[in-house]
Design a binder for this molecule. Structure first.
Ligand SMILES: NC(=O)c1ccc[n+]([C@@H]2O[C@H](COP(=O)([O-])OP(=O)(O)OC[C@H]3O[C@@H](n4cnc5c(N)ncnc54)[C@H](OP(=O)(O)O)[C@@H]3O)[C@@H](O)[C@H]2O)c1
Length: 223
């Protein structure tokens, strides 16, 4: 792994490169989004991100998780990517859903470490939940509750595009760790965000690393 920007260097240590300050803004956690995309902007090959990733990208996901208190993920991603419990015993996976429909016997939900994040009028779920808003999730309130009730100072968001759209619309993406996978994927895969109104939020490029043709970019929100 080498660094291309800002100061070119070889033999970069992943953990050192990403071990930075992530200060929680007032009333909510710092939100760090981690995604992988193809060169032509797709976030999936067939129906998952697996075909876009490589071992370094997998290691990056785990490294970034190690800095987070809570992992935030959309329900469709949990279903498609077969999410299991987090490795760290003190970490929670918060799943954004409207339906509340999951296999609650699956390892993630049976582990006791899942939180379902839903609107207040969504169906009851047999696991801990955070509820905010009616019909649609009140994301600012939900992030606030993850902060106050579950001690989330740093949240690692892991997609998919619909959840990312909600985060982008509310201007909650403090950091974007985007892996650019060296392939043209074709297909009709979603891009990084869907559903947000037109935005022109400039991000600051913090670094670019490279390994095996994959680019590991880190952007932070300009305040
Ligand atoms: N390339 C990458 O890095 C990457 C990362 C993550 C995921 N992915 C891929 O992205 C795809 C999934 O992305 P996606 O955009 O379809 O789904 P998603 O963002 O993972 O989850 C969408 C789900 O969130 C819930 N939801 C959506 N809007 C809501 C709202 N306003 N209020 C409350 N809940 C709401 C709904 O859950 P219910 O259905 O339960 O109501 C909806 O089905 C998968 O194919 C996955 O493999 C790729």
């Amino acid at each position: 792994m080498r660094r291309l920007f800002p100061h070119p260097a070889d033999a970069i240590d992943l953990r050192e490169a990403y071990d930075v300050e992530r200060p929680a803004p007032a009333g909510r956690p710092w939100v760090s989004l981690c995604m992988v995309s193809s060169l032509d902007g797709s976030t999936v090959v067939d129906t998952t991100s697996r075909g876009l990733s490589n071992p370094t990208d997998q290691a990056l996901l785990l490294t970034l998780r190690s800095f987070a208190d809570v992992i935030l993920v959309g329900a469709a991603t949990v279903r498609h990517e077969n999410y299991g419990p987090p490795k760290r015993a003190d970490q929670r996976i918060a799943v954004v859903s409207r339906s509340g429909r999951f296999d609650f016997d699956s390892p993630l939900f049976a582990s006791g470490r899942a939180i379902v994040v839903l609107p207040e009028d969504a169906p009851q779920v047999p696991v801990p939940s955070v509820r905010a808003g009616t019909d649609t999730l009140d994301l600012p309130a939900a992030l606030g509750l993850l902060h106050t009730q579950f001690g989330a100072n740093v949240v690692q968001a892991e997609g998919g595009a619909t959840l990312n759209g909600l985060l982008a619309a509310g201007d909650f993406i403090d950091e974007l760790n985007l892996t650019v996978s060296p392939q043209i994927s074709g297909g009709d895969g979603q891009r990084l965000t869907v559903g947000a109104p037109a935005l022109a939020r400039r991000m600051h490029l913090a670094h670019v690393l490279e390994d095996d043709g994959f680019l590991f970019t880190r952007y932070v929100r300009m305040r």
